[in-house]
Design a protein around this ligand. Structure first.
Ligand SMILES: C[S@@+](CC[C@H](N)C(=O)[O-])C[C@H]1O[C@@H](n2cnc3c(N)ncnc32)[C@H](O)[C@@H]1O
Length: 290
């Protein structure tokens, strides 16, 4: 069972382990039906793989973009790994769900919502209830509790957020360890909206557990990939796309070719990313071509 958002975001709360933090975020389902599911140490092997490639190629890695970061736990781990290997740059972590609200809907009843008032967690007198369901809920009767919570408490929380009510406190839906971090910057960003400030900026981009075919339609994936490519610095820059599946990572590390005309596959894990072909088919920014 997750801890309540009220406890997690309380200034006096000190997490004793990253497990509690990971569980808290893993149970949050966002408005576009993706989960903030994460695990602090989940990418140690992928981080190693990338670092080995960077070191072997004597690559310059100083501006890193990590997209769809959930709590930012894996972003912090990536930053630590890069620094330990001698890369001293900045890591920017982005996610669509960064700004949240902690709403007191009724006395003793709190709702964690996103910035639009979409419910992420109910706290009924200290007991956590998820707004989304599992099959087992039919057996336990939780399906009824959830339906009532969504209709009655969720609706009220949404209205409070929409009206800018004073009983909705802003919270950042990221690990407290990521706040005011000297080498990691967390920003709200939608992978589907091209961001001029990111263009031509990053020599390593990671998109882990976001560019999944189960999450988005093919046309949307193409659009997101075009945005991601436009954020890269061009020839020599790296892109990692990965997806976790039953404790393993299926991924591809790409690099922009020297002449700027192609994306090359540098390495693969577990057969490669399910969207590898979309990246290889993508049109690269014209200014890269030599
Ligand atoms: C499963 S989590 C992945 C977290 C982390 N990268 C990992 O693998 O542990 C997917 C994240 O993508 C974010 N996300 C979903 N849609 C997004 C979008 N359009 N733009 C940016 N982030 C998005 C979700 O909020 C969620 O935090």
């Amino acid at each position: 069972m997750s801890i309540t958002a009220r406890r997690f975001f309380h200034p006096s709360y000190q997490s004793t382990s990253t497990d509690v933090e990971d569980k808290f975020f893993t149970d949050l389902r966002t408005r576009n039906a993706t989960f903030k599911r994460t695990a602090s140490d989940r990418f140690l092997d992928l981080d190693e793989l990338c670092l080995k490639c960077f070191t072997d190629a004597d690559a310059k890695i100083d501006q890193v973009l990590d997209i769809g970061i959930s709590s930012g736990a894996t972003t912090l781990a990536l930053s630590d790994k890069l620094r330990a290997a001698g890369y001293s740059g900045q890591v920017t972590g982005t996610d669509i769900a960064i700004e949240g609200r902690l709403v007191t809907a009724f006395p003793g009843v709190r709702v964690l919502t996103d910035e639009a008032g979409h419910p992420l967690q109910y706290d009924l007198m200290g007991r956590v209830v998820r707004p989304w369901g599992r099959r087992a809920d039919y057996a336990t009767g939780m399906v009824v509790v959830r339906a009532v919570a969504n209709a009655w408490i969720g609706g009220r929380a949404r209205r409070i957020v929409e009206q800018g009510g004073s009983n909705a406190d802003p919270v950042r839906l990221v690990s407290p360890r990521a706040n005011n971090h000297p080498h990691v910057r967390i920003e709200r960003n939608d992978i589907f909206e091209n961001t001029p400030a990111y263009r031509d900026r990053f020599n390593f981009v990671r998109a882990a557990n976001i560019l999944n075919r189960g999450y988005f339609a093919e046309d949307d994936l193409r659009r997101a990939i075009a945005n991601v490519l436009s954020y890269m610095t061009g020839p020599g820059a790296y892109l990692l796309i990965a997806r976790s599946n039953k404790g393993r990572h299926v991924g591809t590390l790409f690099q922009v070719s020297e002449d700027g005309r192609y994306m090359n596959v540098v390495d693969r894990t577990c057969g490669g990313s399910e969207v590898e072909w979309l990246v290889l088919e993508a049109t690269l920014p014209e200014q890269w071509a030599k």
